[in-house]
Design a protein around this ligand. Structure first.
Ligand code: GMT
Length: 377
């Protein structure tokens, strides 16, 4: 039997949406699908040769007459070309803007009944969806896709409210590759980072944008470090990085905070940690929380977006209000000072990953969507 052919478009460089799109492509390929990535660069998680996975680069013409290089149109053209030539059955695009709109344009250009699945990841709705120069276009992309999925219940509600979209959307949660996201033996790293055996380790991983409120991580850590011997690992880079370095300096925490910058082997760093903090003011899911739970790390997150759907409050960690640094510090101290509570959270977190977010369950959910669409042809 001919394999089902899936085209995938995502932002290939960094970010959770690109990670999910690439990991899904890899899982689908392992399960007999033929997967074609149509992106501007090789997705960064596509780090070796995978049989059944093909990569098609979108090349943009820099003709001097163009004031702005026409990336969106080049993508639509490439999608149509690859879909027609390879006989792609379904284009699964991650992040509505501009990918859903490009896919709709590509569908108009090809001769067979191409189906489009759009997965909403968050900022494509919560940030771009309020921009009046884009809102109508994003709504159009959502309405004209054959199926739309969102990575949390919260994101479905926000999409309906903010864009006045009526259509049904499926919640398909994010997942991690459990083979990679597990507790590693990292005693050597502890030594290399100069973390002594009695010290607790807190970790924050993000792109250091304002929305992540990394300052709250530092302010909560200041209170924690006054009560327990602890180190904070900061992983990632972004616009707020220098302001955070300065805050750490001002608070006299320079020898307690390790700035690790962008890192590839995040599961090893998570394996060092006793607590994960994600204190954002916007977060449709918070993939890093799932990565932490899968590596056996309790989490504290904020009461916004999809975070409460990922962390069960009082089960695998705690949920605090955005900016409530005192509450966050108090929760952190509870976890760090009570081994029984911590190990209950770890066990519950691992179970949650298994029961709610297992990669096989999520892959099967996407596969069922593809199958339903193909039956409509
Ligand atoms: O804003 C980011 O952190 C990047 C963005 C992306 O496009 O990767 O992340 C969004 O998608 C992730 C994967 O579904 C989610 O885990 C993040 O919560 C979401 N970010 C926001 O909603 C701010």
């Amino acid at each position: 039997m001919k394999p089902t052919k899936i085209g995938i478009t995502c932002y290939p460089t960094v970010g959770g949406s690109g990670v999910i799109a690439t990991e899904l492509g890899k899982l689908l390929a392992e399960h007999g699908y033929e997967v074609h990535f149509i992106t501007s660069n090789v997705p960064f998680r596509l780090n070796r040769v995978y049989p059944n996975i093909y990569y098609h680069e979108v090349e943009v013409n820099h003709y001097p007459v163009f004031q702005y290089p026409p990336y969106d149109l080049a993508l639509a053209n490439k999608m149509a070309e690859v879909v027609e030539r390879e006989g792609i059955d379904i284009l699964h695009v991650h992040y509505a803007m501009p990918h859903a709109i490009c896919a709709i344009l590509a569908k108009e250009m090809v001769s067979h009944d191409l189906k489009i699945v759009t997965t909403l990841h968050g900022t494509d709705i919560t940030v771009l969806g309020v921009d009046s120069s884009l809102k109508r276009m994003i709504r159009f992309g959502i309405e004209k896709s054959d199926r739309v999925t969102a990575v949390s219940e919260s994101l479905v509600h926000q999409t309906k409210d903010m864009l006045q979209v009526e259509r049904d959307m499926d919640v398909v949660y994010n997942f991690v590759d459990e083979r990679e996201y597990r507790k590693h033996d990292v005693s050597h790293l502890r030594e290399e980072y100069g973390i002594s055996s009695h010290e607790k380790v807190l970790i924050h991983i993000s792109n250091f944008r304002k929305v992540k409120r990394v300052q709250d991580v530092i302010l909560a850590f200041e209170q924690v470090a006054a009560k327990v011997d602890a180190k904070l690992l900061l992983v990632g880079d972004g616009p707020e990085y220098s302001a955070i370095c300065q805050l750490v300096q001002e608070k006299g925490l320079r020898d307690r905070v390790l700035f690790l910058g962008k890192q590839e082997n995040v599961s090893e760093l998570l394996s060092l940690a006793d607590l994960k903090l994600l204190l954002s003011e916007k977060e449709s899911f918070g993939l890093v929380l799932l990565e932490a739970m899968s590596c056996g790390v309790p989490c504290i997150g904020t009461n916004i977006g999809g975070i409460p759907e990922v962390i069960g409050h009082g089960k695998s960690g705690f949920i605090a209000e955005v900016g409530d640094v005192d509450q966050i510090a108090s929760y952190a101290l509870q976890i760090l000072q009570d081994d029984e509570l911590s190990s209950t959270f770890i066990t519950n977190g691992l179970q949650r990953v298994q029961n709610e977010f297992h990669s096989a369950t999520i892959r099967e959910h996407y596969e069922s969507i593809y199958k339903e669409l193909l039956q409509q042809r």
